[in-house]
Design a protein around this ligand. Structure first.
Ligand code: 8DG
Length: 124
């Protein structure tokens, strides 16, 4: 579950710190849904934990992607910051706002490719 936080026609990309095999790769902030949580509740919780921001969750971006280990599916939703909240990289090593023409400037996690490919219309 990930949040494509969009502000001023740019999306927030976050650099992972762990596990070692994906440290340095970029992702949408988020994480696993806990028992009893909806997708939207999980994303709102993760955005507070990872970035210290409140978000409003919108439409799904791109396809649901089966992860390589086959035990989970990745879904990413468009999101907006609430009331001028400003994200801080509390659990990531770096953070960048990317416009439509900058999406290829970072190395995304492999499963994110079809989702990143679907982002430009959201950044127009
Ligand atoms: N958040 C997020 N996870 C992604 C993306 N792309 C991708 O393959 N994943 C995978 C990595 C992980 O297998 C899974 C999310 O796991 P995570 O480690 O971020 O979740 P979490 O914070 O709940 O982890 P944990 O506390 O349960 O260890 O989804 C992405 O863009 N964002």
């Amino acid at each position: 579950m990930g949040a494509a936080i969009i502000d001023d026609r740019r999306v927030l990309a976050c650099e992972r710190t762990s596990p070692p095999e994906v440290a340095g790769r970029w992702e949408f902030p988020g994480g696993k849904v806990e028992p009893g949580e909806s997708d939207v509740e999980a994303l709102a919780r993760e955005c507070v934990e990872e970035l210290g921001v409140r978000v409003e969750i919108g439409a799904q971006v791109g396809p649901s992607v089966s992860l390589a280990h086959g035990r989970a599916v990745l879904r990413v939703y468009a999101a907006r910051l609430v009331d001028g909240d400003e994200p801080k990289a509390l659990e990531h090593s770096d953070m960048r706002w990317l416009g439509a023409d900058e999406l290829a400037d970072v190395v995304w996690l492999p499963a994110d490719a079809p989702i990143v490919a679907a982002l430009p219309p959201f950044l127009a």
